[in-house]
Design a protein around this ligand. Sequence first.
Ligand code: NAD
Ligand code: UDP
Length: 343
Amino acid sequence: MSKVIKVLKPGVGTGRRGGSFNRGRALVAGGAGFLGSHLCERLLRDGYEVIAVDNFHTGKRYNLNVLQRDPGFLCIEHDIIDPLPRDLPVDEIYNLACPASPPHYQADPIHTFKTSVLGSMNLLELARRHNAKIFQASTSEVYGDPLVHPQPEGYFGNVNTHGPRSCYDEGKRSAETLFFDYSRTYGIDVRVARIFNTYGRRMQPDDGRVVSNFIVQALRGEDLTVYGSGLQTRSFCYADDLIQGFIRLMNAPNAPAHPVNLGNPVEFTVMELARLVIDYTNSRSRIVHRPLPVDDPRQRKPDISFARQNLGWEPQVSLSQGLAHTVEYFDALLYGSRPVKEA
Ligand code: NAD
Ligand code: UDP
């Protein structure tokens, strides 16, 4: 059963392209999450009426604090594995709903899989009903432990079908299939982004992903937990850059006929990241090693040629700049030392 949490403006939820919301109405599934809340904020700024749909599994109500002052914002508590209310006319749908951090998506793997598969179907049905354009937040995890490096969109990946990460990786792969099948079958306008590791303000301290773990550990003076040797690589994109990529992809005049990589192509080892975080926080923390999780990809770096050439998009924020903002955010969140800077 869906629950409307807050409607600040009488009339929101009843009409389309009315008043000052000249861009129409966008629905953001996963709108209370790290990336979803940034996206809602950006869409409101761009003149959309925004409906966030979230089950608050990993998302937080306080991520929506800034947004709830906006008259064009509405939040519905709803799990997307259940069909969306039929009478919800929307022009654009962004599907970001899915826990993204390994400890969270592995906590209830069957629900994670249902979220990607049943959740995507429910949102695609909503898009079909209202002739809405729909965006899917896919992931670099569809490449698994890649044997091709860097990863272009044409690479089919190297994914374990039955390991602890499979609920997420295979769920996202199935969702990509569904998106393009709905497009071919019903002519729906779909946009699919393969997102590479992204970090920034509004990550949760207990999120479990590497950037937030290291920063929180360093600020608390705890050991930084490097899994395995730390020689595995990742390419880290700052959230603001990624959101700009979402907007470019969604607004490209022609829908790309395949998923599009969005990420920062500068590659770091996990050890290099740990050292950078210790530097940026002036921390006395030490680096300790913990066992490498099963199926942890050894390398990851996007080939973003398609996005560069066709969307005119590439990341602008370096890891040093992004870490500085993110450290400031966590410092304020944990210790209240400074007000958390909002965009
Ligand atoms: P997040 O965990 O902060 O956000 C996910 C949001 O979805 C949360 O608000 C959560 O409560 C909500 N949600 C989860 N399951 C739901 C369900 N069944 N019904 C309704 N809401 C549900 O993660 P994030 O980093 O903001 O990721 C957002 C999206 O981007 C995810 O789909 C993720 O797979 C994708 N992605 C993120 C990254 C990254 O590095 N941040 C990388 C690749 C892909
Ligand atoms: N990692 C780590 N310490 C941590 C958390 C993660 O060394 O406290 C490693 C993890 O094993 C992986 C990399 O950092 O090699 C990125 O992990 P994350 O969970 O952020 O993203 P993903 O594995 O999904 O790329």
